[in-house]
Design a protein around this ligand. Structure first.
Ligand code: ADP
Ligand code: MG
Length: 255
């Protein structure tokens, strides 16, 4: 079976009047349907640029990004984005925030609006649907942001350090929640994180990037039982081994 998306020798250079910055250099990898990929690498190595390229916001300077999907949709419609800031609009209720993408994409069908309400119920936010974002906790807000993304039925979720604004305990809980939601929907996802433990607890494969210009230095496959939650993965003895491998790779980079 073909992968959902394949990157072949993708490079990207930012051009500004004063300088050229090569952010990514010949990046190649595939993402299979249903797979969870984590991306780790030093700050500034091009991780956010990578997601912007996959999302179609930027075009590669060279190389190709190919989606294998039967709908023939543009990559922007196939992907859903979740960022560090939840970007909820304070003047709209949680429900109005959740349907924002549907509104923008002219997809406010009765079925889609019903699906939005069902997701709010399923993920424990139905009772808060008429409240404003400021009355929710950080974790609940991230869940609302996730629902806003899921309701558009993306084939690939791009998560750019979505938990890093949360405090440590909330972060572990919310990342556990969100990965369980995504696993139960057989979603496909790429998570960028600078937290090595988060990468191991989330990823089926972890892409380790070199410093800028970022390129894939190594791919580490994790081998946990599929039934384990991210939190349970943290208790496994392999967890520490993977942590040490990532640590070594990233610190060899640094020297
Ligand atoms: P990361 O997400 O890994 O921290 P980014 O993808 O944001 O890194 O950035 C990669 C490199 O590209 C950095 O050196 C950054 O300064 C540079 N960069 C990012 N965005 C721009 C831009 N709009 N114009 C010029 N350079 C940029
Ligand atoms: Mg970034």
């Amino acid at each position: 079976m073909k992968p959902l998306v394949h990157l072949e020798n993708v490079s990207y250079t930012f051009q500004t009047p004063l300088a050229e910055t090569k952010a990514l250099d010949r990046v190649s990898f595939s993402v299979e349907k249903g797979e969870f990929i984590a991306v780790v690498g030093p700050s500034g190595c091009g991780k956010s640029t990578l997601l912007n390229l996959i999302q179609g916001l930027y075009l590669p300077s060279s190389g190709t990004i190919t989606f294998h999907h039967d709908t023939g949709e543009h990559s922007g419609c196939l992907t859903g984005y979740m960022l560090q800031q939840d970007q909820l609009l304070e003047w709209r209720t949680i429900y109005e925030n959740v349907i924002l993408g549907l509104e923008i994409q002219h997809k406010m069908t009765p079925q889609n609006l019903h699906a939005a309400l069902e997701l709010l119920k399923e993920y424990g936010l139905y009772d808060f649907k008429d409240q404003k974002p400021s009355s929710l906790s950080g974790g609940m807000r991230q869940r609302a942001a996730l629902i806003r993304t899921l309701v558009l039925n993306p084939k690939l979720l791009l998560l750019d350090e979505p938990f890093s604004a949360l405090d440590y305990q909330t972060r572990i809980r919310v990342s556990n929640d969100i990965s369980s939601i995504l696993r139960s929907r057989s979603s496909t996802a790429i998570l960028v994180t600078h937290d090595l433990s988060e990468a191991i607890s989330f990823g089926d494969r972890i892409l380790i990037f070199t410093p800028r210009p970022g390129t894939v230095k190594q791919i580490l496959c994790t081998d946990f039982s599929p039934s384990l939650t991210p939190l349970e993965r943290r208790q496994e003895k392999e967890f520490k081994t993977y942590f040490n491998i990532l640590w070594e790779e990233l610190n060899t980079n640094a020297s």
